[in-house]
Design a protein around this ligand. Structure first.
Ligand code: ADP
Ligand code: MG
Ligand code: ZN
Length: 193
C-alpha cells in the first residue's frame, strides 16, 4: 500500500530520477538491468515496470538484446505504478516512451517520497522526433545518460533508430528485421528526415 506516511518515511533516504536514453540497440535495457542489479545486491527492494504495449518478450521479465534478463511487471498505465510501489526503494521503468503523459508526475511523486527512479527509453522515434513523455522525463531528471549504438552502415556512434519497413505509425514493435541503428549521416542519406 502506498500511503502518505510511507512516502514521508522514505523521504528521509532521498530520492532521484535517472534517465537512460538513446536509440534502439544502444544498451538502455542492459544499463537499466545493471543499475537495478547493483541495488538488488545491496539488498534494496526493487521493482521494474514496463508498458503492456511492449509485448516483444516475456511478460514477467525484462530482456535486453543480448538476452540479459531481470524480473519485471507489465502495467497498462502509469497510474498503476504508485499502488504497486508501496515498499519499493528503487523503481526501474523500461520503454518509458510507450507510457502515457502521466508518467512524469508518477516519477516525480516517487522521487519526492525518497524513491530512486531509473527510467530507460527511446529519446527519438524512427523519424528522429522526441518520443512520448521522454522530453519531460529528461527535463525533470537528476541525471540523464545518453547511450549510443554502433551505426550498422559505417561503424560510427549511432543515435537514430532507422526503420527498414514501410510503415508510418509512430509505434511499430520490432527488432532487427524492422530497425537498424544509424549515425546522423547514414540516417539522413536515405531521406528519412
Ligand atoms: P536497447 O534497450 O537500447 O534497445 P539492449 O540493452 O536491449 O538495447 O541491447 C544492447 C545490445 O544490443 C548490445 O550490447 C549488443 O550486444 C546488441 N547490439 C545489436 N546491434 C547493435 C548495434 N548496432 N550497436 C550496438 N549494440 C548492438
Ligand atoms: Mg530496451
Ligand atoms: Zn553511419
Amino acid at each position: 500500500m502506498y500511503t502518505e506516511e510511507v512516502f514521508k518515511r522514505r523521504n528521509e533516504i532521498g530520492g532521484s530520477i535517472e534517465v537512460v536514453c538513446g536509440s534502439m540497440f544502444s544498451g538502455k535495457t542492459e544499463e537499466l538491468i545493471r543499475r537495478v542489479n547493483r541495488a538488488r545486491i545491496a539488498k534494496v527492494n526493487v521493482e521494474i515496470f514496463s508498458p503492456v504495449a511492449d509485448t516483444r518478450y516475456d511478460k514477467s521479465a525484462l530482456v535486453s538484446h543480448n538476452l540479459n534478463s531481470i524480473p519485471s511487471k507489465t502495467v497498462a498505465a502509469s497510474a498503476e505504478i504508485l499502488p504497486l510501489a508501496g515498499h519499493i526503494q528503487v523503481v526501474g521503468i523500461d520503454e518509458a516512451q510507450f507510457f502515457d503523459d502521466g508518467l512524469p508526475q508518477v516519477c516525480q511523486t516517487l522521487a519526492n517520497s525518497g524513491v530512486r527512479v531509473i527510467i530507460a527509453g527511446l529519446d527519438m522515434d524512427f523519424k528522429g522526433r522526441p518520443f512520448g513523455a521522454m522530453p519531460q522525463l529528461m527535463a525533470i531528471a537528476d541525471s540523464v545518460t545518453k547511450l549510443h549504438a554502433v551505426c550498422v552502415k559505417c561503424g560510427q556512434q549511432a543515435m537514430y533508430s532507422y526503420r527498414l519497413v514501410p510503415n508510418e505509425s509512430q509505434i511499430l514493435l520490432g527488432e532487427k528485421e524492422s530497425y537498424e541503428a544509424r549515425c546522423r549521416n547514414c540516417f539522413n542519406l536515405d531521406g528519412q528526415i
